[in-house]
Design a protein around this ligand. Structure first.
Ligand SMILES: [Zn+2]
Ligand SMILES: [Zn+2]
Length: 310
């Protein structure tokens, strides 16, 4: 499974309707956080996101994206955490995140590592990678792409049985790409029983940014794009001045990148909870769009499995 939970979806400062930025991504039992605005730990409790994560990925260090890390780490200390946590962010990580981690008089009871990443860096994980790409905001900023590795092709058990390949270890060998010899001497190759490798999923988080080519490139063909949409079109000038995007601009990015679905977040407090004007403006350019709200959960299925189910 691959599920996103929006912990905070508001821009700049918390409001009654929206907390500031944080996004939890759960994949195959593992949770990671992207950005950690003030109050993130309480949003995690409210929306059932556990504290057993190992990594937080920051897009930049405006207060609405990082002030929550101090309190979150303190609470984890009170819960007798011992496992390490690693914080990744763009230039300035050691100074800004270091200050956030060491603020106050308590000492962290578990190791907190801080890693500065450059745009273009790729962090390899088991079954996927995290790619940092450059964005255009008023600071050193990056966006993040979670890119799953290609998966093995589909194994055809009916055909295996028809060819007389006994169920068991031989099936696994063939599935992993080995030719096997049957007891009667025949050799069966993977091409006879295994389909083409299947693409993994791609989820992209813009952070705060103007629409930009590097973001479109990173989001190319993504299953899900989470893009900031701070303003409606009437505030386009303000969006340009402050390094943000309008809903229509985010939708144009989604269209140009050919993504499957778009979720808009980082909504200015000036709009109501449903922000119908943002939704309408975005839909005109890209129909598969929703506006995030705090607590929203979005599943990202494999494309072919969705097609098979339908
Ligand atoms: Zn922001
Ligand atoms: Zn910002």
């Amino acid at each position: 499974m691959l599920t996103l939970t929006f912990l905070g979806t508001g821009a700049a400062c918390p409001s009654v309707d929206r907390n500031v930025s944080s996004l939890a991504v759960a994949r195959e039992g593992e949770t990671m956080l992207f950005d950690c605005g003030e109050g993130t730990q309480r949003q995690m409790m409210r929306y059932g996101v556990g504290f057993a994560f190992r990594e937080i990925f920051f897009s930049h260090y405006h207060a609405d994206h990082m002030l929550g890390v101090t309190g979150l780490l303190r609470t984890m200390g009170l819960q007798d955490r011992t496992a390490p946590v690693t914080l990744y962010g763009p230039r300035g990580a050691a100074r800004v995140l270091g200050a956030a981690v060491s603020l106050g008089i308590e000492r962290s009871k578990f190791p907190v590592e801080i890693v500065e990443v450059q745009p273009g860096d790729r962090l390899e994980r088991d079954g996927y990678a995290l790619e940092a790409f450059p964005t255009e905001h008023r600071a050193d900023t990056i966006g993040w792409a979670l890119v799953e590795h290609e998966r093995l092709g589909r194994f055809d058990p009916a055909r295996a049985a028809a060819l007389g390949v006994p169920e068991g270890p031989l099936w696994g060998k063939i599935h992993k790409g080995e030719s096997v010899e049957l007891p009667d001497g025949r050799v069966v190759s993977p091409a006879e029983l295994v389909g083409a490798p299947r693409a993994g999923r791609r989820v992209v988080y813009s952070g705060d940014t103007r629409p930009c080519a590097t973001l479109i490139e990173a989001a190319r063909g993504a299953d899900l794009l989470v893009h900031e949409a701070t303003f409606a079109g009437e505030e386009l000038e303000r969006a340009k001045e402050t390094g943000h995007s309008t809903a229509a601009e985010a939708a144009m990015v989604a269209r140009e990148a050919g993504v499957r679905r778009l979720v808009l977040t980082h909504i200015s407090p000036r709009y109501t909870r449903d922000a119908p004007e943002l939704l309408e403006e975005a839909r005109a350019a890209f129909p598969e769009v929703i506006i995030a709200r705090d607590g929203l959960s979005v599943d990202v299925p494999y494309v072919h499995e969705e097609a098979a189910a339908g």
